[in-house]
Design a protein around this ligand. Sequence first.
Ligand SMILES: [Zn+2]
Length: 287
Amino acid sequence: MNLKQGIALMSSVLAFGLATEAGAVCTQTAASQADRDLWNTHGCWQDFFLWQYKAYGLRSGDWSNRGWNAACNVNLEFPKHWNASYLLTYGMEDDWNQSFHGTEDYRATAEARSSNFHDSLYHSITDRTDVFGTFTPRFWPWDTDRVETACPLYNPNVSNSNPGSRAGDYMHEGWHAYFDKYNFDNGNTGGHRPGPQGACTINGCDYFYFHGISKYPFGAMWENNGTASKFHSPNQVQVEFLCDVADQSHWWIPLSVRQTAASDANARAASRFINGPGYTCGSPRPW
Ligand SMILES: [Zn+2]
């Protein structure tokens, strides 16, 4: 078998695997209060979801029985996916004196297009229940990196099934893509350090590289100086985003969205940082 045949075989096996997996879906019976409250601020905005699926590189085969053709049913996964994108695209206040980072940082981390933040990627979905999401670097040079979000971000019985936590995972997985682009090694435990160690209580730990407000111009979150004085870890980007949702989003972002974001951020701050607890939402800014 020559190389080209080998590639073709690999492709067909992958296609079959995806087709099989598309038969299973996450819990689709309801949406969380936070999802519904945010939904009611836009009432299912068609122009936005027609933009979103392209901006996030969604592929119809991955989402076919998850709301691809029912984008206004908030109980389904695609509507929940774009509801989270709506939050991070339009919800942030971008207050230079208070926000950790700006909308352009959060969008560039989440969206598909190649930039200083990561190479091109696409968003898919998995029925795994043991993770919130995964990042898989491309195998072939001509393919694209993949971000998958998992059932705990869509199952309304799980506390992380809310727009902030879902978009927060876009940050986390997007930051693994950032590490991949620049060849940073954040550890060999799922892209994190083994744990528990220090203040981190789980297996999969980060450092929090604390920085003051206004240290990064909006759009410059990707920058680093090669030392801990100017650097971000995946959980850190996630916590900073979630606290910006909780504390620095527009007045019309519902309280349920802010509270669930703060709860997620504070749980991460307490359990996932070796030098934790890191930043807690609601603490005064700036310093
Ligand atoms: Zn930051």
